[in-house]
Design a protein. Structure first.
Length: 96
């Protein structure tokens, strides 16, 4: 099952959510983030820019940390080579 979620994460052409970070853009599937958080669901279903454009801004976090956070959401695992600073920032995102 994890392999299927990894393939889904890698299928960037089907991503419908843009996450603008401090140093770049990360994409994902809206349904994955909505399933993980009622707060994110409210944001993405609102009439505000997040909902209208399926776009989230986290300028205080690196794309590496956001990518790690998204990877954990999809696969429930972390890479073998883990950057501890990015892991701390990903954990911070999980608690927002």
């Amino acid at each position: 099952i994890a392999e299927l979620w990894e393939k889904s994460l890698a299928a960037k052409d089907s991503h419908d959510l843009t996450i603008e970070t401090g140093d770049g853009v990360v994409t994902a599937h809206v349904h994955m983030l909505k399933a993980s958080s009622s707060v994110v669901t409210a944001m993405l279903e609102s009439p505000m820019k997040e909902g209208k454009f399926q776009w989230i801004e986290v300028k205080d976090t690196s794309s590496k940390a956001v990518s790690l956070f998204v990877e954990i959401l999809y696969t429930c695992s972390v890479p073998d080579e883990l950057d501890h600073q990015s892991a701390l920032h990903a954990l911070d995102l999980a608690h927002r």
